[in-house]
Ligand binder design. Structure first.
Ligand code: ADP
Length: 171
């Protein structure tokens, strides 16, 4: 087991994800976490496995615009091994969200692997806000592509971003 010499700060949580794009479910989680931790670092992944719809810069920019009013939230882009980035940022906690049982298996596997890589970094889960259980970035993209109304699922900045992307033919 590889452990890090200086444990990260347990009051600093790193929330990693693809945020393709950020939804009200993600936003709710970040707002709640900002009340629990001294600092929340939202880490927008380049994503080795998924091919995101939005370029990373735009995903990061949208997160910044949506949660920019929170003084203790920082938005950063990252690439590479998550646990290395957690160390780099001095975080003691990895934060993830749980919607349904279907999230559990993947999240359990990731949390267990990250604990193997560093037993001093805890993964903590926040339950989704009850109105966001069904909400995922993938569904939002699909509905937007098919011309549906997504305004109750994402921030107005994201509605505009999705519209720009579809109009430019890049969606
Ligand atoms: P990833 O590709 O890492 O799963 P996502 O952007 O899809 O990235 O999700 C990041 C985290 O946010 C995950 O832990 C996911 O379970 C959580 N999440 C996504 N949508 C919601 C939601 N509606 N409510 C609560 N948590 C959510």
């Amino acid at each position: 087991m590889t452990t890090h010499n200086s444990p990260g700060d347990p009051k600093v949580a790193l929330y990693p994800g693809t945020f393709d794009p950020i939804t009200k479910g993600h936003e709710d989680l970040i707002r709640r976490a900002s009340r629990l931790f001294d600092e929340v670092v939202v880490a927008v992944a380049v994503s080795a496995q998924k091919t995101p719809w939005f370029p990373r810069q735009e995903r990061t920019g949208l997160v910044e615009r949506v949660v920019g009013d929170l003084p203790n939230v920082r938005v950063v882009a990252f690439e590479g091994l998550l646990i290395d980035f957690v160390h780099e940022q001095g975080a003691g906690v990895i934060l993830r969200g749980l919607r349904a049982i279907s999230d559990f298996e993947y999240e359990f596997q990731m949390a267990s692997m990250n604990r193997k890589l560093d037993e001093y970094v805890e993964t903590l889960f926040l339950m989704t806000g009850e109105s966001y259980t069904y909400l995922s970035s993938g569904l939002v993209r699909e509905i937007a592509r098919l011309g549906g109304d997504i305004s109750s699922f994402v921030h107005p900045e994201v509605v505009a971003g999705l519209k720009r992307r579809l109009e430019s033919g890049e969606g």
